[in-house]
Structure formats: C-alpha cells, structure tokens
Ligand binder design. Structure first.
Ligand code: ATP
Ligand code: MG
Length: 374
C-alpha cells in the first residue's frame, strides 16, 4: 500500500527506529535528599558518538553510572535497543565502561586484563588470544601484553582500560574522561583513533569530558549539561554557532557578553541599548526586555561597513598565541570584549584606540529576564 500514514512509514525506517537506540527517560536521582537529576531525558542513535560536556558536579558520571547499572535511579527508565534494562544488573547489560580512574586489576597482566571480559563470557584462553592482540594493537600497546599493570604509566593504563572495554564488542561504550591523564599529543592521537575505531565498528559511545575542544573533536553530537539538566544537545557546529542559552555560549568557546535593554524593533531585528552604544541583533523581543548580547571573537573585524554593529574601545591586552592573536578591551572597566585575528602581524598594541565591528546576523541575543542564574 502506497499511502500509509506518515508515522507508520517512519517506524518502518531503520534509521528512525535507531534514533532511540539508547533512551534515558525521565530519570531522577537524589543523594541524601539533594536532587542532582530531576527528570533527565537523553536519547542516542545507534552508531553515534555523543559527548556529555559540563562543569564538575553537573551529573555526567551519575548519568553514566545509571546507564551502566552501577547506580539505581530513583525514578525513570533506561531503554537500550528497545529493551528496558532499568532493573538489569550491570553484567547483563553488555555495556562497557572506561572509568575516570580506569580500575584495572593490579594482580593480572596487561593481556589478562584485556581478556577478562571475554573469559567472563566463557571464551577459552586460546580463543581470546587473537581479539586481545587486536584490541591491544588498537591502543598501540601490543608490545606490553605480558607486562604487569603496576609497571605501566597512567597513560598506558588508560589505553589498556580502553582496550579492555572494546574487546567484548559492547552494545554501548561509556567513557568517563578516558584521556584526562594523557599528555596533549597522545590525547589528540587517542581522540582521533577512538572516533574512527567506534565508527568502523559501528559501536555507540558516550564520552564524558569537561574539555570543550575534546568534545567538539570527537563527537557527532554534544549534550551540554548544567546542574543535572541538558541545556542543549546538538552537533558541534550548531552548538557553537547557535548556542541555545548563555551558559552554552560561555561553556562552548569564547565570547564577548554585553548587557542591554531592548528599545525597539526594525523588521526582523531587535534594537538594543547598551553601555557601549546601540547594537542590533536578529529576532524579536518586547521593548524593555533586559537582554544579553554575545558575539564570537573570530567574527569581529577591525574595519566595519554599513549596517554592522560597532563598539569603540581602548585595547587593554594583546595576546599573541601563535596561529592567532587575541585583542581584549574592557571599556569603562565593564564587559570584556574579545577579538580574534589570524596570525600575529596585525600591528596592534595595548593602549590603541580601535573599533570592533561585526555583522548583525552574527550577534547572539538572549532574554536575560529568563536567564537562570548558574
Ligand atoms: N555517591 C554520592 N553521594 C552523594 N552525592 C553524590 C554521589 N555521587 C555524586 N554525588 C553528587 O552528585 C552531583 C553530580 O556528581 P557527578 O559525579 O555525576 O558529577 P560529574 O559531572 O561527573 O563531575 P566531575 O566532572 O567532577 O567528574 C555532585 O553534586 C556530587 O557531589
Ligand atoms: Mg565525573
């Protein structure tokens, strides 16, 4: 039949069904009467690599532990591949976890640690040799198979923990800041490798970090968490270009923030009065609304054009960072304005009087009367 209702057609498409591969529904959790999660909803598609990004204490580890079954939610459910796993013990969920502190078995060798999950599932020692070797090669630790855990550096232990988690081919891989002990170079290598590894094998992963660059580098989508809630869940470019809240704008990338008040509307633009003059932003808000204006530093130019926003200031700091230079001013000791220029030869110095210009379309605007203080 050709004219099936739309919802049936969608249900028949595997891609749409997979949107709910992991479905965390209305999860609540409190510790000794203090609520840390109040109706969390979180949905991951099959094969996706999703990051949980947020400040310390916002509930990232708690969410992972509830998904893995290492902690019971007070209310709500966890569905994996259409199965309600809320009351299953951790070892029946086929979910692998790489913990913040990697939790390896100190009395077992590297190879025995990696083989552990396979052996626990009843695989013979001989059959485990090849998958263990492959898993160790993935994390570039193939030469360490017979070493003891105690003789490894923190970074090496972290890679063994990743190998141990992957070798069992989990339905879901949870990683809680797996690379935090690694030096920058190894960390970047591991990020790239983890991403392609999961993609090649079609493994669905949730990656916890509070490093926004790491989250943007590895993830298909990022859930920005704040105080037990998801403020925005989107792909890295949407998150960066269109942050849904001031918290997300601040947490993902640098920005300039200016406070103001709406004084009028010009078509699809809001006119805002700030301490530094009149600015315009896309959208519509009632006159009198207190607002927060934001702009990303790399969208600011030193020369303007008709119809662009403009702020005059004296440079207070010029920071040369190699591939880029950050210009900073704090007019009247108030809001900090940031401009990022490519390269280092721009002839600007502290004390220069200059103007920052940016397109109205690049201006972010938030209703400050609705802003939740964080
Ligand atoms: N077992 C526990 N008993 C009491 N409070 C807890 C417990 N576990 C977590 N919490 C509290 O719940 C909140 C969320 O903690 P969680 O460990 O999930 O944060 P996180 O986002 O992982 O932080 P971090 O980035 O520091 O690892 C915190 O306020 C924490 O103090
Ligand atoms: Mg944590």
């Amino acid at each position: 039949m050709l004219n099936r209702p739309a919802h049936e057609q969608r249900a028949a498409s595997p891609a749409m069904t997979d949107e709910r591969y992991l479905d965390v529904v209305a999860v609540r959790k409190s510790f000794k009467g203090v609520t840390v999660m109040d109706g969390m909803n979180f949905r991951v598609a099959r094969g996706e690599l999703v990051s949980l990004l947020g400040p310390s204490g916002c509930g990232k580890t708690t969410l992972l532990r509830i998904v893995a079954g290492l902690m019971q939610a007070d209310d709500g459910s966890v569905i994996l591949a259409g199965r309600n796993i809320s009351s299953l013990p951790p070892h029946k969920r086929n979910i692998s976890v790489v913990f913040q502190n990697y939790a390896l078995f100190p009395h077992l060798s590297v190879a025995e640690n990696v083989a552990f999950g396979l052996r626990a599932r009843g695989m013979s020692k001989a059959d485990a040799v090849q998958p263990v070797r492959e898993a160790l090669a993935l994390v570039r630790m193939q030469d360490f198979a017979d070493r003891s855990i105690g003789g490894l550096s923190g970074g090496q232990q972290q890679r063994i923990a990743v190998a141990r988690a992957l070798v069992v081919r989990p339905d879901l891989l949870l990683l809680d800041e797996p690379f935090s002990a690694l030096d920058r170079k190894l960390r970047e290598t591991m990020q790239v490798e983890l991403k392609s590894l999961l993609r090649d094998r079609g493994i669905t992963g949730i990656f916890v970090t509070h490093d926004q660059e790491e989250a943007m580098g590895v993830s298909d989508r990022i859930a920005v968490m704040n105080a037990g809630r998801i403020e925005q869940f989107a792909d890295p470019s949407t998150l960066y270009a269109s942050p849904a809240t001031p918290f997300v704008m601040d947490f993902v990338g640098l920005s300039t923030r200016l406070s103001g008040r709406v004084t009028g509307q010009e078509g699809a633009r809001v006119v805002v009065e700030t301490a530094l003059g009149t600015l315009r932003a896309p959208g519509g808000l009632a006159t009198g609304t207190p607002v927060l204006i934001g702009v990303r530093p790399e969208l600011i130019r030193l020369e303007g054009g008709a119809g662009m926003n403009r702020v005059d200031l004296v440079l207070e700091d010029v920071a040369i960072l190699g591939s880029k230079t950050m210009l900073q001013g704090r007019p009247d000791g108030g809001d900090r304005l940031l401009c990022e220029l490519a390269g280092i030869r721009n002839g600007k110095a502290r004390g220069d009087a200059i103007s920052f210009h940016w397109a109205v379309e690049d201006t972010l605007i938030y209703d400050a009367s609705a802003e939740v203080t964080t």
